[in-house]
Design a protein around this ligand. Sequence first.
Ligand code: BG6
Length: 490
Amino acid sequence: DGKIPHTFVIFGASGDLAKKKIYPTLWWLYRDDLLPKPTKFCGYARSQLSIAKLKESCKQYMKVQPHEQTKYEEFWALNEYVAGSYDGRTGFELLNQQLELMENKNKANRIFYLALPPSVFEEVTVNIKQICMSVCGWNRVIVEKPFGRDDVSSKALSDHLAGLFHEEQLYRIDHYLGKEMVQNLMTIRFGNKILSSTWNRENIASVLITFKEPFGTQGRGGYFDEFGIIRDVMQNHLLQILSLVAMEKPVSCHPDDIRDEKVKVLKCIEALQLDDMVLGQYVANPQGKTEDERTGYLDDPTVSKSSSTPTYALGVLKINNERWQGVPFILRCGKALNERKAEVRIQYQDVPGDIFEGNTKRNELVIRVQPGEALYFKMMTKSPGITFDIEETELDLTYEHRYKDSYLPDAYERLILDVFCGSQMHFVRSDELREAWRIFTPILHRIEKDHIRPLTYQYGSRGPKLADLKCEENNFQYSGSYKWHNSKAT
Ligand code: BG6
């Protein structure tokens, strides 16, 4: 784009997401000279704020090194802030004047980041379209979940957006698509003969995709209670990972070729059934060391006392196609568990014709998304030495060791940069979203209509015991004998 100025507008600039993620990300991109020049930033929200105040509220998340101080001040000097309401035109007219001023009335490209509650989403997008669009440059709009709460509401939102913007202008963020190991899935699968030829129902027993967090709702109870873990994590982050693990090889690495394949595999998945789920809700651990651990989900003052919202969910998806029929894809996610971890486990079948008296364990390819990115392959080996015993070991690619000095940017850094570059590869297309809701809407409605009570599990535990049994029933073997020792502490 040569020297055309860029303006980045943050709606919801006074909110949590803006201060924890968006402003820090913009700063890091600016710090590393990754943004086109010139780029300026303008916040918009209801509260009266000065740049000084905004700067103060972001401070603890910006990770500024002493030697970066001058550049840090330069960054804030490129920022403006406009206060205005989300309905009515006045605020947006003011905003547009401010943007023109910042762009010296030159041709400019604009990015609008909507870090907003769903309640104001429609008005804001209408106002952007009517009042704030760049006339000569391009316009791109970044949207954050929740993208509706079921198929119908999501369709209404998609239709609304489609009435205002082209799909090429819309960047639906699922920040898991910005993580190193998630982005690596395509290379792992399609750049390795040994994996591509075993990636099927003839060799793989089951696939387990896990997300665990060691803390509870932490003040987000109000939002969380309305959505629950299935909408918060499973329907988006875990399903996105599943689609990259399970899709057929795309025709090319073009974003639409990839997204075509993701949609195709999602279409082969039947809607989730209650029999294939385990739901949980955490209760306090009275012996817990922190206040948080001693606070159960229902003790959170922002959560309804009789809430049946799950904070843990395990669901088994079946992919009805030639590659995967009969291979369970187990998705599980939960809050207030024993550790922080996100990973994919591809468990291979037992070796046929055993000669080791049943002592072989299954091969497993583990793609560790976080913390401590790693790819390791669990395999059997002869115990070293005079013995003829066998034992489990691993081929280990731990990034911390193998790629010591490489910098792995935060997911938001990659994704926001992609928006500047116009690459939609790591963003969710509307038809992907539609399929995701098709798979999860019936179960979500059933849980809500029938007030299905989740099982309780204690804060800091591994989750409901029934979940392990469900994995076993679905051809995932967990022996507990093996411990991955190479990871950074959580
Ligand atoms: C968000 C969820 O999308 O992802 C949060 O709304 C969750 O509930 C978060 O904590 C996890 O993201 P990360 O990058 O910390 O694993």
